[in-house]
Design a binder for this molecule. Sequence first.
Ligand code: XIL
Length: 347
Amino acid sequence: MYRIGIAFLLILAFSCQKTTDSICDSGKELRDVAPFPIGTTEDGVVFNWQKAQGSRYFNRISSENILKMENLAPRRDSFNFWPCSWLSREAKNAGYQYLHIHPVIWHRQLPYWLANYPKNQLKNFLTDYCRQFKKAILLAESIQTTGIDVVNEALNEDGTLRSSIWMQGIGKEYILEAYRIFSELDPQYKLFYNDYNLALNPAKLDAALDLCDWLRSQGVRVDGIGMQMHINLQEPSSSDIADAFAKITNRGYLLHVSELDISINPYGKANAATSDLLDKQADKFVEVIELYRHIPAHYQYGVTVWGISDRNSWIPGEFNRFDAPLLFDQNNDKKPAYCSFLNALNQ
Ligand code: XIL
């Protein structure tokens, strides 16, 4: 009787066991299956409760805010590069493998005092800042730095150069100067130009590629293009993304999908993440990964999702609307997109 009972229980347990037909039930996470580095960012919340969270899923971290100029040059008379080594050490302790440095020269999140800085001294300042930043990166190696966004968002939508403080004070040469200094680094540090709307706007992408070709023609190193990819469910289309990926790699540049998030509410009309929207979002994440997997492997620098959970996404604050653009929800639970993303990486 006792034996029959045990056998019955075993049969019951076996027949109730969920079939592991999907990688999502396997215990494997993104970093375990991705054929290229898979990144995120979490210093937007300064490594609080998420500290040990992200590295379970992702193996590379991009600096979201901590390495922006307002933090590294808070006072006019001195630099403060300790966040470089701090981030590298914290990321190592948290279990990350690689670091991507973002950004060196940008037109936002600048120190307040820079607005009144004498224009004719800006070039010297930029040179000094880039040199010191480069040294700080070399000193900060708790984990391997794989790449650097040397210049971020230098272009307007029509492909002309943005009239930033750098452009006004120095001219186009500011870009050349920044890459010139970072070109002195060992080639293991990949140098990127990073910008948004590059798949949506072919004129902007062409301008970015021309800019990088021009830099190369001037004898400096630019290894790749970072496509931010703050996109939404509809735009850019699959064929626009494919075209952009092909253009970049055909011109001989590494490709970093550098700040991926997928808005489910770009026009501010929704106020909840319905299952329909979440399924569409999952499909769009898959679309991006499938297209990325098809570019030649030696151009795949990796894919970085811009944050871990919807709770910490920059989108709602920046655009003042409800949104849920990431792979984990407000409670830090996996969304449908996570499993789809994992599956797409595992093909
Ligand atoms: C964003 C951060 O995520 C926010 O926390 C911050 O308030 C503003 O900057 N393009 C970039 C990133 O290159 O640095 C931006 O990050 C998002 C847009």
